[in-house]
Design a protein around this ligand. Structure first.
Ligand code: LLP
Length: 371
């Protein structure tokens, strides 16, 4: 039947018959194709930002495609080790790491630990001394460049908690030089998520190149420059796709014969479009003239609409019947548990299924036990 929804060669109805809703469903092919296309266009290492989706099968798939990993917790690091990632291709960042976290990461012999504060640098040096090791570190810089994205997912303004301000670079290098148990191997940055404008990246790349040159001029053997993630994804139907080819050309024009390796940390771009969420309509009700569809998926399953007012495309299984305006809401005892307001769908009834689209990134990982 042509009207039935498929993911790759699998009919979703067949899965619904054997699994209870709500559930996430992923396409390996989309992830693989997206990774290969990214790899083809960007000259540099791709370190998948595991926070976007740490599903064990997805990690294995990306590892087999040749990705490295960017982790922000010991939990994510353990998942990457279980998925078989080469520890030499894993970096550990995050604005707050405990002593136990850092010790664990050092024992795994990972590529870099990215430092985000002076206190953390002192801590890492002390741990290195205790373990009688020289620890490879990077500095996460805060380039103070506005990503023009949603306030809640912007990270690169100097008033954000992330990274070390550029005007403190000299000071942190001084501290590194007097820390015998660390070696400065890299710098990194990440100014936010969902960035569509190539010019924003241009500013970031130019700043990073300048900073790298400055560090090299101080007789430090800088090996890695990490340019972060944040590549935009289209959630709306008629937006332009992110210009990955343009980004690739930009990188080539800025970094040509530099003595360091370039890397990126994309999360969303690699997995967002590969995931859907299947939900069942539990009940219909009218309050204040609004037609509510109450679904079994809500903010406990998928937080983005409630947290960021993110809008995701909805596809109904039932395509026949008069178009009606609905507000789709989850079952949670919070008024903000709304998936989408005022959407026109063919008439729906209890027990119909809906598909929430493009939920592969920051979907399942942000689900909770609430209620
Ligand atoms: N690197 C660092 C240091 C990051 O903090 C992030 C994301 C990434 C890389 C990957 O960024 P991406 O390529 O995925 O844009 N939960 C929010 C997004 C939070 C992003 C946090 N950091 C959402 O659902 O929109």
């Amino acid at each position: 039947n042509d009207n039935q929804p498929f993911v790759e060669e699998v009919c979703i109805n067949d899965i619904i018959n054997s699994h209870s809703t709500p559930f996430y469903l992923y396409s390996q092919k989309i992830i693989k194709d997206t990774f290969n296309n990214l790899k083809k266009n960007l000259s540099g290492e791709i370190l998948y930002a595991v926070k976007a989706n740490s599903n064990q099968s997805i990690l294995k798939l990306l590892k087999n495609c040749g990705a490295g990993a960017d982790v922000v917790s010991v939990g994510e690091l353990e998942r990457c080790i279980n998925a078989g990632f080469d520890s030499n291709k894993i970096i550990f960042e995050g604005v707050g790491k405990s002593e136990e976290d850092i010790e664990f990461a050092i024992k795994q012999n990972i590529k870099l630990i990215n430092v985000e504060s002076f206190d953390e640098l002192t801590l890492i040096n002390n741990i290195g001394k205790k373990m009688n090791k020289k620890i490879k570190i990077g500095i996460r810089l805060n380039p103070d460049i506005d990503s023009h994205t949603l306030e809640k997912i912007s990270t690169g303004n100097k008033t954000d908690k992330f990274g070390i301000e550029l005007n403190q670079l000299d000071k942190i290098i001084l501290q590194i030089k007097s820390s015998p148990n660390v070696s400065l191997d890299g710098i990194s940055c990440h100014i936010g998520s969902q960035i569509h404008n190539i010019n924003t990246f241009k500013k970031v790349f130019e700043t990073m190149k300048k900073t790298a040159s400055l560090i090299l001029s101080k007789k430090i053997n800088l090996k890695y420059v990490d340019l972060g993630g944040g590549f935009g994804v289209n959630y709306e139907e008629n937006q332009n796709e992110f210009d990955i080819k343009g980004l690739g050309e930009l990188i080539k024009s800025i970094f040509s014969n530099e003595p360091y390796e370039i890397s990126f940390e994309p999360g969303r771009y690699l997995v967002a479009k590969a995931g859907i969420l299947i939900t069942k309509i539990l009940t219909l009700k009218q309050n204040g003239g609004i037609n509510f569809l109450i679904t079994d998926a809500g903010m406990q399953t998928f937080l983005r609409p409630a947290m960021y007012h993110a809008s995701h495309k909805i596809l109904p299984f039932n395509q026949i019947g008069k178009k009606t305006t609905y507000t789709i809401a989850g079952p949670i005892c919070e008024s903000s548990d709304i998936i989408i307001k005022d959407i026109k769908l063919p008439y729906q009834t209890k027990d119909n299924f809906l598909i929430i689209c493009d939920v592969g990134a920051y979907g399942s990982v942000m689900s909770s036990n609430y209620n």
